[in-house]
Write a protein that binds this ligand. Structure first.
Ligand SMILES: [Zn+2]
Length: 73
């Protein structure tokens, strides 16, 4: 299961619907960032971005655990 994690404050989004919503808006947001002369680090601004200046990074649980269990599911 993938999740989004803020690279500054550690806020996590694990809800699949919220993640896919963020991914849907990713390109538009990244382009808006570039138009402002900023290079996007993640896929979306953190919901606490005004405080932490963080961006949400896509993290894959599978690559972290290094043990993808194909039997589950
Ligand atoms: Zn944050």
């Amino acid at each position: 299961m993938d999740k989004l994690v803020c690279d500054k404050c550690g806020f996590e989004i694990t809800d699949l619907e919220d993640i896919s919503l963020a991914l849907d808006g990713m390109e538009a947001w990244q382009e808006a960032q570039r138009n402002r002369g900023l290079e996007p680090r993640g896929v979306f601004p953190c919901k606490y971005n005004y405080k932490c200046q963080g961006e949400m990074m896509l993290v894959s649980e599978f690559t972290r655990k290094k043990k993808p269990s194909k039997q589950e599911k």
